[in-house]
Design a protein around this ligand. Structure first.
Ligand code: PGA
Length: 308
């Protein structure tokens, strides 16, 4: 079937007036132009849509059926137009985000404020590891990724918007709690609890120690969530290196302390990342602008100087 919206529009006018001349007047067309559009529509559908008796025009059964569908199509198009206009007005729309697990300690705060301003917006958020995050960017299934370390291999636009200090954390009764300027080699007897392979936090920690002569630790353990590491450190199983963003509550309640280790914090950044040349809806563009201009003032980043 090869029918056009224009043919349907002409058909609707003829149906309303049951008169070709008046339909032509309404549409600012000539009468033969109207007849031709109707003829083409009838040919495409393989059915006569009108019949003439004397000077009068009547809708056939097929015509009645086509009118019903045609009105539904017109309504849908009107709805589409409204939705598009609302999206331009930044009150409706959909935003897809893929967020590194550590970034999810502050992204909900940002979304809370954004959502208050753009109440009709639906946000799809996927909190995931770096590997899946890169897949989503490569497949163009996400508007933005919020991550700690954009990969050089994809064609991406990357914008830093917030500092991400990584600190050494310990339980408050650890022997090194309260010490100042702890030399790195004092840590060699310690057990370190690390994030899983693929974590940006882990990669940054490994780069840091590799640059300083590949310090070896007594023992390392691996856990695949920031929460599990905090629990383990709190229980005295060892030390951890995590983003300060994960520690707000524990530092406030003094369940964990930040050790003053030479070279720490490891200063990193959070980035909002998208594919180069990606076409954004108005709401996605508004979100990007919001993150870049307002995150710093909205987020309460605990101080890395919160040593014991
Ligand atoms: P992650 O955080 O350790 O939760 O993957 C991302 C990053 O810090 O790069």
């Amino acid at each position: 079937m090869n029918i056009t919206l224009r043919q349907l529009k002409v058909f609707e006018a003829v149906t309303r007036h049951l008169n070709y001349t008046r339909a032509a007047e309404e549409l600012f067309l000539s009468q033969p132009a109207v007849s031709m559009q109707i003829k083409q529509l009838e040919d495409s559908l393989g059915q006569p849509l009108f019949e003439k008796m004397g000077k009068k025009v009547f809708l056939t059964d097929a015509g009645t059926e086509v009118y019903r569908y045609s009105q539904a199509i017109t309504n849908q198009l009107n709805d589409l137009q409204t939705v598009m206009e609302e999206m331009k007005g930044l009150q409706h729309g959909r935003l897809t985000l893929t967020v590194a697990s550590t970034a999810n300690y502050f992204v909900p705060t940002l979304l809370g404020v954004f959502n208050e301003r753009h109440w009709g917006v639906t946000v799809d958020i996927d909190v995931t590891n770096r590997e899946n995050l890169l897949k989503a960017l490569a497949a163009n299934t996400t508007d933005f990724a919020i991550m700690g370390q954009p990969p050089p291999e994809l064609e991406l636009e990357v914008h830093p918007f917030l500092e991400n200090p990584l600190v050494v954390l310990a339980s408050p009764d650890h022997a090194l709690a309260g010490e100042r300027q702890i030399p790195l080699d004092w840590l060699t007897d310690e057990t370190f609890i690390m994030r899983e392979r693929g974590s940006g936090t882990r990669a940054a920690r490994e780069r840091f120690f590799a640059k300083r002569g590949g310090i070896r630790f007594n023992k390392t353990m691996e856990m695949n969530s920031n929460e599990a590491i905090k629990q383990a450190v709190q229980a005295g199983l060892g030390l951890g290196v995590l983003s300060i963003h994960t520690l707000e509550v524990e530092l406030m309640l003094k369940r964990l302390v930040v050790l003053d280790v030479n070279g720490f914090p490891i200063m990193r950044n959070w980035y909002i990342v998208h594919r180069q040349g990606k076409r954004f809806s108005a709401i996605a563009q508004a979100f990007k602008d919001f993150v870049l201009t307002e995150s710093k003032s909205l987020l309460n980043v605990p101080s890395p100087d919160a040593t014991a």
